[in-house]
Design a binder for this molecule. Sequence first.
Ligand code: SF4
Ligand code: SF4
Length: 72
Amino acid sequence: MAGLVTFRQDRCKGCELCALVCPKNIIIMDETVTNRKGYHPAAVRPEDMEKCIGCGSCAKMCPDSIITVERL
Ligand code: SF4
Ligand code: SF4
């Protein structure tokens, strides 16, 4: 199974909870981006997206519900 993960980066507070629970360790805090809240938001590098298994753990863990997981 594969997944496609999207983040509403403008609302991310960089708490890293999603990164901690990802079984594939593909979620990073993107230091090349600073959002309106002043945080480096969560992201998956395009080259790592194929490793996503669509488990949904990141979306369940996010306290602000800003992650969407599509199962492909
Ligand atoms: S859906 Fe699962 S594998 Fe994919 S980024 Fe989220 S926690 Fe990681
Ligand atoms: S759990 Fe949500 S708020 Fe926290 S870093 Fe991940 S996407 Fe951002």
